[in-house]
Design a protein around this ligand. Structure first.
Ligand code: ADP
Length: 472
């Protein structure tokens, strides 16, 4: 089978959050089964070139349109680890992908509509005919309507188009004239269901894809309700026959405490994990105390529950623990919130903050901590609870979306209501076990380390989806 993933992120070369991890590990797991897999992303100026090998031009004369104007693109091929990448490099006066960041530009809509059209044009012109085109989230959703409305009639036939929704909250809302820029006409299937004057790119993907998945079974259910549907619940209910929640996996060779090259002390048992705790305390200049180290590794956005993170911090320092926050992509007011906390705790050697994205540090934090707190208000799947478990760090999570599908009282500490009392109750259970029953704690954490969070099971579900589409 030939599968082409189209995405705005792929780890480790262009990662903002879990989307990048999932595209990478999922594509790698599919390729490991012997399938031919390519991942197409923009050739951002921020690509991590240390992780890119065998970079060379693959298709030199790709002309595509932005409105009525043709623009030239160079398509590069490259490898990251064993994965094949195709990188679209536009020669465009707006330098769409030379902005020093992946998202957050005022013209994100223009940038990704341009990319979606260029991907279709590339697949069409290069003669590549994937069995499956697999799209990820709103930035590339327009590929589905473009394929059905334009490229299919030009004779480009593929086996099926799959769209995976990693986060329904981001939908790509824009004005109708943007469609014309991609060469599409306005059409009710592309309208935002809550405001007909707007175009909703994610809705377009859902309507036109042959199959739609999201990243956990519980999130699938939540997205079909008015409360969790972000305005698209009627569309998802309408398409429920072709909509399924399949749990994400993690790359268990990358996230392996025994072979993790970022760790000074790779480990297999909780006893050996201890050395990483000291290393982490030194790294953050924390007191060398014996209390539980509680970490948060997260984007700092409203979705992730910043107020509850603060409650966890206060509980931790008041009950003999230490708190480390590694936070990236802070939204304006959330950023101020944490900067205030940083000021308040600046002289407290049981609290440490690192603002920014830091891959190496994230490994050290998971390895050196005892608990991780994930108090998300909603969470499509979440990866950090699975990573933490693999590193013998017990998760304290709010039961929502994929957190509810991966963490229970059997492998962590859970709470339901998004308030600090419920969170602190779960944390107090964790602290009680840590202080009162170290041997039970050890057994609990080591059981978590043995849990299988690989792609194995979910891959079977995806392959069944692909095979069904190929038979149609
Ligand atoms: P989301 O995709 O909503 O950001 P996930 O839990 O699905 O959340 O995935 C987050 C991924 O990003 C994990 O691999 C996590 O380790 C990583 N991550 C989050 N924040 C940081 C950070 N500040 N530095 C390094 N890695 C981070």
């Amino acid at each position: 089978m030939y599968v082409v993933h189209v995405a705005s992120e792929v780890a480790p070369v262009a990662k903002v959050g879990g989307l990048g991890d999932v595209v990478y590990s999922f594509a790698k797991a599919t390729a490991a089964l012997g399938h031919h897999v390519d991942v197409i992303i923009p050739k951002y100026d921020t690509l991590d070139y240390e992780q890119i090998h065998h970079l060379k031009p693959q298709y030199r004369r790709l002309w595509t349109y932005d409105g009525s104007d043709p623009y030239h693109n160079l398509v590069w091929e490259a490898k990251t680890a064993d994965l094949s990448l195709l990188l679209i490099d536009p020669d465009h006066p707006h330098y769409y992908f030379n902005r020093g960041s992946i998202y957050g530009e005022v013209d994100d809509i223009d940038r990704f509509i341009y990319f979606s059209r260029a991907v279709c044009e590339y697949l069409y012109k290069s003669g590549k005919r994937p069995d499956i085109i697999h799209l990820h989230d709103w930035p590339v959703s327009l590929v589905a309507p473009l394929y059905q409305e334009m490229y299919l009639s030009l004779g480009m036939k593929v086996g099926g188009v799959v769209l995976t929704i990693h986060n329904l909250a981001h939908q790509g809302l824009c004005r109708p004239f943007n469609l014309a820029r991609a060469g599409l006409r306005e059409n009710p299937l592309l309208q935002d269901p809550q405001d007909f004057s707007l175009i909703n790119l994610l809705r377009g993907g859902i309507e036109y894809a042959d199959f739609v998945t999201t990243v956990s079974p519980t999130y699938e259910k939540e997205t079909k309700t008015q409360e969790g549907g972000c305005g698209l619940d009627p569309i998802l209910r309408k398409h429920q026959k072709k909509y399924r929640g399949i749990l994400n996996g993690i790359d268990t060779t990358y996230w392996n405490p025994l072979t993790d090259s970022y760790l000074a002390y790779p480990y297999k048992t909780l006893g050996d994990k201890k050395k990483n705790r000291l290393e982490l305390q030194r790294c953050f200049n924390l007191e060398l105390s014996q209390g539980p180290i509680v970490c948060v590794v997260s984007r700092l956005v409203a979705q992730k529950g910043p107020k509850l993170m603060e409650a966890a911090l206060r509980y931790t320092v008041n009950h003999g623990g230490q708190f480390i926050l590694l936070g990236s992509c802070a939204e304006g007011d959330v950023k101020e919130h944490f900067e205030r906390l940083q000021d308040e705790f600046s002289s407290n050697r049981n609290v440490a903050f690192y603002f920014g994205y830091h891959e190496e540090l994230s490994h050290k934090v998971f390895a050196g901590s005892d608990l991780t707190v994930i108090p998300s208000l909603f969470e499509p799947c979440g990866l950090t609870q699975m990573i933490a478990l693999r590193y013998g760090t017990l998760p304290v999570v709010r039961l929502t979306g994929g957190l509810a599908d991966t963490v229970s009282k059997e492998n962590g500490f859970v709470f339901k209501d998004p308030d600090s009392e419920s969170l602190c109750e779960a944390l107090s259970e964790a602290f009680h076990l840590f202080f009162q029953n170290p041997s039970k704690w050890k057994a609990f954490a080591e059981k978590g380390m043995r849990q299988d969070f690989s792609w194995k099971k979910s891959m079977r579900s995806y392959l069944r989806v692909y095979e069904k589409l190929l038979l149609q």
